[in-house]
Design a protein around this ligand. Structure first.
Ligand SMILES: [Zn+2]
Length: 182
């Protein structure tokens, strides 16, 4: 069978329209590639998330309690300093996301909250180069919006959470200041 490239119209997780070009052999693969494409933000929204994370717009930090990391003492102290560095940008971004009050805001808020509540020192250390990046936060936000992910728990906070007790995920949904239809 030949591989063909097909361009399909999709709706991104943020609600904006886009296209996905898929290269697959079977209908089943095409369907799964499209599902993955729908589980992303559009480029404009990724850029917007980037501005939330990088501009010092003077937004007040959102109030999030964090708890000591779990792991070896050496790992914990490293992971806590990584988290502390991220909090400087994540907390004001959570305020901006909450004020925005839409699907994108809810997704970003949940992704950042989940990250800050993650006490697995190893997760922070292994993913230290990507956690603060807009593409990563945007991708995780899309997972929280779509309630779907094919990522592995080693790099995705959404996938990581699925291994945690269900009440942890319910808490995130309950505490999110934005309630929007999925
Ligand atoms: Zn968008």
């Amino acid at each position: 069978m030949q591989t063909k490239a097909v361009t399909n119209a999709i709706t991104h997780a943020c609600g904006h329209s886009g296209t996905a070009r898929v290269y697959s052999r079977s209908t089943r693969d095409v369907r799964s590639e499209l599902q993955q494409a729908r589980c992303t933000l559009c480029p404009d929204c990724v850029e917007l998330v980037n501005t939330w994370l990088t501009t010092d717009g003077g937004a007040a930090p959102f109030d999030v309690a964090v708890y000591p990391m779990l792991g070896t003492p050496k790992r914990c102290s490293w992971a806590e300093s990584l988290r502390k560095e991220c909090m400087k940008r994540f907390l004001p971004a959570m305020t901006v996301a909450a004020e925005r009050g839409d699907r994108l805001g809810a997704g970003v808020w949940k992704a950042l909250y989940a990250l800050l509540r993650c006490r697995d020192a190893r997760f922070w250390i292994d993913n230290r180069t990507i956690i603060g990046q807009a593409f990563y936060v945007g991708q995780e936000a899309a997972h929280f919006i779509r309630h779907h992910s094919t990522s592995t728990p080693t790099s995705s906070i959404y996938a990581w959470l699925r291994r945690e007790p269900a009440f942890v995920r319910r808490d995130i949904e309950r505490l999110c200041p934005i309630s929007v239809a999925a």
